[in-house]
Design a protein around this ligand. Sequence first.
Ligand code: HEM
Length: 417
Amino acid sequence: MLDERLDDEPGGGRRDVGTCPVKHFTVFDDVAAGHYWAATGELREETPAFFNDHAQGYWVVTRHDAVKDLYQRTDLFSSESFTAWEPNPPYRFVPTQIDPPEHIKYRQLLNPKFSPGAVGRAEGPAREIAERLISQIAPSGRCDFVADFAIRFPTEVFLTVIGLPPADADLLVPWVEDFFLGLNGAEDKVGGMVAALEGIRGYFVDLLAQRRETPADPETDLIQHLLESEVDGEPLSDTVLLDMCTVLVLAGLDTTRGQLGYLFQFLAERPDVRQQIVDDPSLIPACVEESLRLHSITIADARKATKDAEFHGCPVRAGDMVMGLVAAANRDPRHYESPDEFRLDRKGNHHFGFAGGPHRCLGAHLARREMIVAVEAWHAAIPHYEIDEGAELRERGGQLTLISLPLHWTPAEGDEP
Ligand code: HEM
């Protein structure tokens, strides 16, 4: 059977897939929460690599060592596309789709704004935002954690960090929602995605015009900082400026919402772990880190091959897309002891929750800090809570997020509405 495994060649024709099994795997459906972690785990144990007959056809590697190489082998792979089923995307995100050596020139402009020091300075405002949102939610004794907190909180913090009014979250939240609904490929949602991209771009077009007319302090205002930045001695073009601002919105908000949702689902279902972090809040950073590994919101990431090569058993040719199952790699028993267990005492927890290689998440320090602050502030106000009885939790595919997380608790005395 193996030697007959021929499949449609990307772009038509037939191609030899070597000894790679051929499978059909997609990540787009809304399904019961936890489905994609189980499905990718099964694929990882079945085979280290396969050829996916979805879309134009692409390779999929399933294990930790191969996903690491996919991220690190920039001699072999380009980030020109990071979406396996879209080898020639119509958009260009900066720095996401820029390859080394150019990539670092753009990262260097952004890195100082998202460094541990900058994030440390954002901690106070982030805590204020968390406490304000939680104080609005707590008296009612119930909420949809995803809609009422998990998306609102990172959006307001992000706006504050880049020097914009947190109230603009009212604009950004619906755009982020519509963009990711459309990205999942549903045809009736594509119009909403395009409109959302236009909305986000228009928002930054207006801001650039305002800053040109009335400059702000580049120390605290990211737009002003970028306006005054140069690459190779030249100011950034408006196209690049808009590509950078758009990617920050799209990379930083839905991701943190997704991650917070799964962490709070886990804590709601595991009162033992919750009690441990309530009793000893110094365990919260380890709790967040283990959640980033175990509750991977990135099901898969992809790169485009720049040359022909044998890659972890796949006869890859230049132009092919290769997908790495990040969620499966983060639970690979070849790399982690008791990989499916949540362990607060896990040592050397190096995971791909924030990817790897040169495109490793720019916002990792900010995202971690946001999650730590959210867990601290929430549990100081609402230490005991449960998921509504009978609630069937569902997740959106693509970049994972719970669709809703209905929680309830007993409001503190004098706190009732
Ligand atoms: C828990 C939350 C987050 C997760 C799980 C996450 C995950 C990721 C992943 C997996 C990548 C790599 C994508 C690729 O190379 O294909 C990435 C890149 C990136 N992330 Fe995050 N992210 C999070 C939060 C944030 C935040 C808060 C920001 C900033 C506001 C941010 C900004 C970026 C940017 C700009 C990139 C592109 C970096 C580059 O190409 O050099 N992320 N993120």
